[in-house]
Write a protein that binds this ligand. Structure first.
Ligand code: 5AD
Ligand code: SF4
Length: 478
């Protein structure tokens, strides 16, 4: 049976990673991934609920499926991910075109659900789990550049930020087995990948209680090192995020390691110390602040205030003066005053972020904020504040990029530049995009190579570099 599946991912990196788990489960069921919906027997939309606009985009896409079905009567359409979880059976009732609804913890049941769909029935499974981590499933890499990959280390979130729908769509927090994480990373190295991003909604609360002893792991401060310099972990030790980072850094010394997302209330100096110690852990931290006002942060239930956040930033700078920092900001959260907004602007100014994702607050059903606080900042004011935040951040990003001028950076090449076939793009350790010429000293550069480049120009959103030398492909890090 040669069945074809097309999976389209919306929202965060976690969804991209989940789609690869889904592709793996379906591969065992006889499905091959294809690159367009038109070629497929099954179209799966892996959806996002984070803001109303994200859901609206997916709804439009679901409507488009009617045209595809008109042309291919056997086509089946499934909705996966956060919208599946949030809307459940409603989705099947409201959108006749949808055959299948599956929440983020129920992907293992896809084969049975598809069997049911095959008989002309609709199928749904939105049961959330306290244990499911898809730990041993080997993802099928989709849309891959062959250089960078995601590895999920934990699922769900227990934080209950007042604005956020994720605890409702992705359930309770659970950590994946550290051994399966390192072996997936090792497999990536064998498959030629050069960079991994370890993913979790809140990586700093990663905690795995291991039951056996494993080499290359690091126990809570009780290190023992074997003859090859590998760390050992005692039986029954707990592996936290800093330990996990170190395990991966040691297990895969030629792999660049990134991670996302940190939470300011949980980010420890132990993590910063590990980052500073290993050249293959990239010097980049995404540390969402959401607001610069302590009062707003309290209503958001973030568990830290402005001072605490700034202390965390100071600590990052102390451990790694060259570390890039990015953030997420929400404007117009419930009760946000002009003074609160000015505090956000002043925090952006003070931190000098390399990059930021900025959003207008969008009320989400069931959340703490939806139940407790009126969505009382008018739309035009939310919009104006967002614009002010964006304008200021643009200046800060430009300043950060300009500060790299003249420096030599190690750049991992990821692909061909969108603007010019004669140029390639890659990233430095700080995660900024660096454009370099395709040819250096008659050598055709290609994705996966690491080059040393002198940063010669900075334009909005990227740097241009002159290649100094092609580094040994095994050399990673700054
Ligand atoms: N409205 C606007 N932005 C939101 N985010 C999360 N929930 C909402 C919401 N209801 C933003 C936060 C988070 C990022 C992933 O999305 O900034 O860090
Ligand atoms: Fe969207 Fe959040 Fe779900 Fe990711 S976890 S898909 S960002 S709602």
């Amino acid at each position: 049976m040669n069945k074809r599946v097309y999976i389209e991912s919306y929202g965060c990196q976690m969804n991209v990673s989940d789609s690869e788990v889904v592709a793996s489960i379906l591969a065992k069921d006889g499905y091959t991934p294809v690159k367009t919906a038109e070629e497929a027997d099954l179209v799966l939309l892996n959806t996002c609920s984070i803001r109303e606009k994200a859901e609206y985009t997916v709804m439009q896409r679901i409507n488009e499926m009617n045209n595809l079905k008109a042309r291919n009567r056997d086509l089946k359409v499934g909705v996966l991910g956060c919208m599946a979880e949030r809307m459940r059976e409603d989705l099947l009732e409201k959108k006749k075109v949808v055959d299948l609804v599956v929440g983020p913890d129920a992907y293992r049941t896809l084969p049975e659900l598809l069997e049911k769909v095959g008989t002309g029935q609709k199928a749904v499974n939105v049961i959330l789990s306290r244990e499911e981590t898809y730990g041993e499933i080997e993802p099928v890499r989709l849309d891959t550049n062959g250089v960078t990959a995601f590895v999920t280390i934990m699922r769900g979130c227990d934080n209950m930020c007042a604005f956020c729908v994720v605890p409702f769509t992705r359930g309770r927090e659970r950590s994946r087995d550290a051994v399966s994480i390192t072996s997936e990373c090792r497999q990536l190295v064998r498959d030629g990948y050069k960079e991994v991003t370890l993913l979790g909604q809140n990586v700093d609360s990663y905690k795995w209680h291991q039951t056996g002893s494993i080499t290359t792991a690091v126990a809570n401060g009780t290190r023992s090192v074997d003859a090859k310099g590998r760390h050992n972990v005692n039986a029954l030790a707990t592996v936290d995020f800093a330990d996990l980072l170190e395990m991966v850094a040691l297990a895969c010394p030629t792999l660049r390691i990134r991670y996302s997302t940190s939470h300011p209330k949980d980010m420890t100096d132990k993590v910063l110390a590990v980052m500073s110690r290993y050249g293959n852990i990239c010097k980049y931290i995404h540390l969402p602040v959401q607001s610069g006002s302590s009062e707003v942060l309290q209503r958001m239930n973030r568990g830290y205030d402005r001072e605490w956040y700034l202390e965390r930033i100071a600590s990052i700078r102390q451990y790694m003066p060259d570390c890039a920092i990015s953030t997420d900001i929400i404007t117009g959260f419930c009760g946000e005053t002009e003074e609160d907004h000015r505090q956000t602007l002043s925090l952006i100014e003070e931190v000098g972020y390399d990059m930021a994702f900025m959003f207008k607050y969008s009320e989400r059903p069931k959340t703490l904020a939806a139940r407790k606080y009126p969505d009382d900042v008018p739309e035009d004011i939310k919009g104006r504040r967002l614009q002010e935040v964006i304008d200021l951040q643009k200046c800060k990003s430009a300043e950060r990029l300009a500060s790299y001028l003249g420096q030599a950076h190690a750049v991992l090449i990821e692909g061909v530049s969108k603007r010019s076939a004669e140029h390639l793009y890659g990233r430095n350790t700080q995660n900024s995009v660096v454009i370099v010429p395709r040819v250096h000293n008659d050598i055709d550069l290609r994705p996966g190579m690491v080059v040393h480049a002198r940063i010669a120009h900075a334009s909005p959103g990227s740097l241009q570099g002159a290649v100094l030398e092609v580094l040994n492909e095994k050399v990673v890090g700054p």
